[in-house]
Design a binder for this molecule. Structure first.
Ligand code: TXA
Ligand code: MG
Length: 330
């Protein structure tokens, strides 16, 4: 059931559900999360079961306060401490060495653990209320079924899991794409997943360059090329390819939806295609904010194809480009 995440009575109830080993979905500044207490392997197991997620895909543990990182992480690397000081609370997840024996199921058995301290007021209030009941951290993946589009509105979560799940409604998520993830367990920091925080800002605070996950080595657990999949087939196209495809489309236009920064009247001046169209914002933060909601909406039209114009190849668009490429790889 959807409940108002700003209502103190609702928050107190939700914290008690978490403390008792139950599941609660809650808003963060990135996307909605599906939470369970991180120190309870059975409660965490219920997350994997609900999502249909393989148990070796590690979860992020959400903390009420930066200081709680020491509960889960052992010997925080210096670069992690610098990034915590710069960006927590906020949309950045850090992979650090795990304290032995702590949150084993949440970590998917890894020797490391992903930690994040969210800034969303509802997430923060829930984590603080749960902490007061003895919950040291809340493991929470995005609140979607495995491989599907992450939810950025409470109604998306309900559509994924039905009415039995307690969902705290905190309105649409500000950033709309998941947190950036930096692995701090190697000899140099590695950007495992780009987010709304730009690489340049993270590097400035880290005091060193971020490396990319090595294409030759095994992917980080839970990092899949194909992800965020709508039911329709998503194709990413250059502006000229998209224009050409629209001009060739003709009567099948009903099965196609278009999401592009360039107006359809420019792409297809004679407007023969008449495909359904949404305009992508010119700013990457605005595009990230609406991206997953737009993909859900276009998918819900029942089209078989979603054609998306490639976003600009500039650093501020890295997070949005990454999500679109994964959606197109499905
Ligand atoms: O913005 C977010 O990060 C959202 C909100 C709810 O906080 N959460 C989220 O969780 O996106 P999830 O489970 O959908 O993605 C977490 C990713 C996994 O794909 C996994 O690759 C990575 O974090 N991860 C977590 N722990 C890790 C670890 N110990 N080592 C490597 N990667 C890890
Ligand atoms: Mg996810």
């Amino acid at each position: 059931m959807l409940q108002d995440g700003r209502d103190p009575g609702v928050l107190a109830h939700a914290a008690a559900v978490l403390a008792g080993g139950g599941l609660v979905a809650f808003p963060t500044e990135t996307v909605y999360g599906l939470g369970a207490r991180a120190d309870d392997d059975a409660a965490v197991g219920a997350i994997f079961a609900a999502k249909g997620r393989p148990p070796d895909h590690p979860l992020i543990v959400h903390l009420a306060r930066p200081a709680s990182a020491a509960t889960f992480g052992a010997d925080l690397p210096a670069v992690a401490r610098r990034l915590i000081a710069a960006f927590w609370p906020g949309p950045l997840t850090l992979i650090v060495p795990r304290r032995a024996g702590v949150a084993t199921a949440a970590a998917g058995g890894q020797a490391s653990i992903g930690l994040r301290c969210p800034t969303h007021p509802v997430a923060h209030a829930l984590l603080a209320a749960a902490e007061a009941l003895g919950v040291p951290g809340v493991a929470a993946p995005s609140a979607n079924r495995f491989g599907r589009i992450s939810p950025t509105q409470a109604a998306h979560v309900q559509a994924e899991f039905g009415d039995a799940l307690l969902v705290l409604d905190g309105g649409p998520c500000e950033h709309g794409i998941e947190s950036a993830i930096v692995d701090c367990t190697r000899d140099r920091p590695v950007l495992l997943r780009p987010g709304s925080l730009t690489r340049a800002r993270i590097e400035a605070a880290a005091g060193e360059a971020l490396h990319d996950a090595d294409a030759g080595s095994a992917p980080a657990p839970g990092t899949l090329a194909s992800h965020y999949a709508p039911r329709a087939t998503l194709r990413l196209m250059s502006t000229s390819m998209l224009g050409e495809a629209l001009r060739l489309l003709g009567p099948q236009a009903g099965g196609v939806a278009v999401y592009s920064r360039t107006a359809v009247s420019t792409l297809d001046p004679r407007r023969r295609a008449g495909a359904r169209h949404r305009v992508m914002p010119d700013r990457p933060d605005a595009a990230g904010h609406e991206l997953f909601a737009v993909l859900r909406e276009l998918d819900d039209l029942g089209v078989s194809l979603i054609w998306v114009e490639e976003p600009p190849d500039s650093p501020e668009w890295e997070g949005v480009r990454d999500r679109l490429r994964r959606a197109a790889a499905a």
